[in-house]
Ligand binder design. Sequence first.
Ligand code: NAI
Length: 244
Amino acid sequence: MFNSKICVVTGAAQGIGRTVVERFANNGATMVYALDMNGDVLNEAFMNQSNVKPIVVDICDRPAITDLVEQIKSDYGRVDVLVNNAGITRDALIENMTEQDWDLVVDVNLKGVFNVTQAIAPIMVAQDYGSIITMSSVVGTDGNIGQSNYAATKGGVIAMTKTWAKEFARKGAQVRANCVAPGFVETPMTADLPEKVLDMMKDKTPLSRMATPEDIANGVEFLASDKSSFITGQVLKIDGGLVL
Ligand code: NAI
């Protein structure tokens, strides 16, 4: 499905990102650039995969992102798929949220997504082909207690995605931008939540379970592939019916 494609995935060391990288790599991608700031976990994850290139980088480091994209351009001359998956949480009720936690989450989840997309989108527009998928969340449309910072960024990426869909289309380019909005997913990000909270999430979800990273990768794979070639500016919820 991804034969001859060059893909870039951020937050690739674990959780959803790692599963997405494996999906592309196992479906014929020529090369998957797997970006993450956690070098140990990243390098271990993809040690034996010849069509995955682990790159240790912080998506907030704009010069490093620019250099990396120049490198990809000189290696392959194109980028077909970008998955903006890296994201963090620093939860607190508004009265307790520190400025530092606000700034950090906005920097990674919003500006980091902007940084990588700004560097890669011109390549896609020039080649008249590309698909950008950004990881939002159901809290980006519906909010969540204790997540002022996170919810703002996950709503923000939806607004940016719709903007990009319009901008790239106006240039006449077949470059699409969409979001995936998961509910609760079994990954290291949610592993430390108290059992009580996890049970409450499952109870609130009509399909009565958390998502697996594979559930989310299925949606990403569809939006990255040509099967979704007439879909742009959309938000695909993968939440077991949590938000209806
Ligand atoms: P995770 O915490 O398991 O993995 C995130 C990865 O991103 C980590 O490997 C981390 O090192 C990397 N990362 C963090 N900051 C980075 C930076 N500045 N530069 C480069 N890499 C960085 O997270 P998970 O659960 O796999 O989530 C992936 C995405 O899905 C995130 O954007 C998250 O907000 C979103 N999401 C997750 C949900 C869940 O329930 N797990 C629900 C809804 C959305």
